[in-house]
Structures are given as structure tokens and as C-alpha cells.
Design a protein around this ligand. Structure first.
Ligand code: MG
Length: 253
């Protein structure tokens, strides 16, 4: 059974664009600060301050007890890494930063993976393929297509390049709730998936591993890592379905 997907009006999409622009601007600001020697807690504090200055509330802080404002996932960490003063970035790391805010009753959510200094060419390639898989997915955001077309686009693009997509965590609808129906897997599931209608807003977020797709959650109850400890990357946009095709609300990343 699929629960109802909430369609948003034009005025709601305008508010959601504002929320997502605060997220996109936060991520762009953080990207400028990411360098060897910076702690992930420092990035978390910068993100929270920036959001609050823009009259937005960090969405992840306190969500099911998550302790940070920002999810910070280094190297083999996939998503949901907890900011810490003990985690200092080093040259050659890759860092996924995922941020969400609530603004005027609506949520924004986006993520990027950023190199720390100079990184290996294999890591560079993983970042590029993951980012491109997101845009391949966004091309499928049109009325009449199904969620499965988005899933398939990510999976095909990633697997053709020798990487794997995480199955245990998926994208989601977004609006007045951070997580709304439908689920948006990054791989093709059997059975029918919902048809895309104007006014749907989808947080599409490929999580791509250099090795196998298997992941587990660490003892902190949050941090997701690849079981084979291979590198993992994550990119996310919140995208509206419109009569004119995809509208990337978190544009500018
Ligand atoms: Mg999300």
C-alpha cells in the first residue's frame, strides 16, 4: 500500500524554494571552510549559525534524537555521521555534508560531498559519478514518469561505472514534514511505483559506494558505514515536479 503523496501549490513551492535556498547557501558557505585541520563540529556550528541568522531552524537537530545540525560523513561513512570536535579533517579525505532546515513551516534538504584538499583520482571519480547520477535522476522528474524511472536512472548510471548504490537508505518526499511519502530508492524495486504528478516535491539522494552496496550502523546508533570500508559519496537535491519539468528548489550547489 502506498500512502498519499501531498501535492504542493505554487505558493507552497515558492516557500520551499526559500527554505531550500537557505540550505544551498549553507552548503556553499561550508564548502569554502572545508580544509585539513577543521573539525566536523566547527562545520556544524557554522551551519547552525547561518541557518538561524536566516530565520530558519536546523531540521536534523533533535530529529529522532540526532545530536547535530549537520550530518557529516567522512570517507567510508555513508550518511548520518555525528559532528564531533574529535573528528579533524585530513588532506585526501572526502566529506559528505547533508543539511536541512525548517523555514516558514516548510522543509529544505540537500547534500554534497566535498574533497578535503587534494584527493586521489579514484575518489575524484566517485564524487563525479555520484553527482552526475543525481542529475541523471532529475532528468526523469517529469509528469507521467514513475518513481521507478528515477531509481533506474541512478542505478544504471552508477553500476555502469563500476560502483554500487546503497539500498538500505532512500530518498523521500518533503514538504511540511522532513520525510513524506513516497520513498525514492536509488535502485529498481519490483512492483509498481507512484506516478509523478505536478506539485510533488522529491528529495532525491543517491548514496554511492566504491565497493559493495552493503552498509551497517555503528554503535553510536547513527553513523552508517560501508561494510567493506570502501569510500562512499552522497549528493541530494529537493526537486519539484512541474508542468515545465523538474524544478530544483535547492539550485545553486
Ligand atoms: Mg534527505
Amino acid at each position: 500500500m502506498t500512502s498519499a503523496i501531498i501535492l504542493k501549490s505554487a505558493s507552497e513551492l515558492a516557500l520551499m524554494e526559500e527554505a531550500n535556498q537557505i540550505v544551498a547557501q549553507t552548503l556553499c558557505m561550508l564548502r569554502e571552510h572545508i580544509a585539513p585541520g577543521i573539525t566536523t563540529l566547527h562545520l556544524d556550528q557554522l551551519a547552525e549559525k547561518f541557518a538561524r541568522k536566516n530565520n530558519a531552524t536546523p531540521a536534523f537537530k533533535g530529529y529522532r534524537g540526532f545530536p547535530g545540525s549537520l550530518c557529516v560523513s567522512v570517507n567510508e561513512q555513508v550518511v548520518h555521521g555525528i559532528p564531533s570536535r574529535k573528528v579533524m579533517l585530513k588532506e585526501g579525505d572526502i566529506l559528505s555534508i547533508d543539511f536541512g532546515v525548517k523555514y516558514k513551516g516548510y522543509y529544505g534538504d540537500a547534500a554534497i560531498t566535498v574533497p578535503v584538499g587534494t584527493i586521489a583520482s579514484q575518489a575524484e571519480d566517485l564524487l563525479q559519478v555520484t553527482r552526475e547520477s543525481l542529475y541523471e535522476a532529475i532528468e526523469q522528474v517529469k509528469i507521467g514518469n514513475r518513481i521507478a524511472d528515477i531509481s533506474q536512472a541512478v542505478q544504471d548510471y552508477v553500476e555502469q561505472r563500476g560502483y554500487s548504490v546503497v539500498r538500505q537508505f532512500v530518498g523521500h518526499g518533503i514538504g511540511q514534514q522532513l520525510h513524506e511519502p513516497p520513498e525514492i530508492p536509488n535502485y529498481r524495486r519490483s512492483g509498481r511505483s507512484p506516478k509523478l504528478l505536478a506539485g510533488m516535491v522529491l528529495a532525491i539522494e543517491p548514496m554511492v559506494n566504491a565497493g559493495a552496496h552493503d552498509v551497517k550502523i555503528l554503535g553510536d546508533g547513527w553513523t552508517v558505514v560501508t561494510i567493506d570500508r570502501s569510500l562512499s559519496a552522497h549528493f541530494e537535491h529537493s526537486v519539484a515536479v512541474t508542468e515545465n519539468g523538474p524544478f530544483i528548489l535547492s539550485h545553486g550547489l
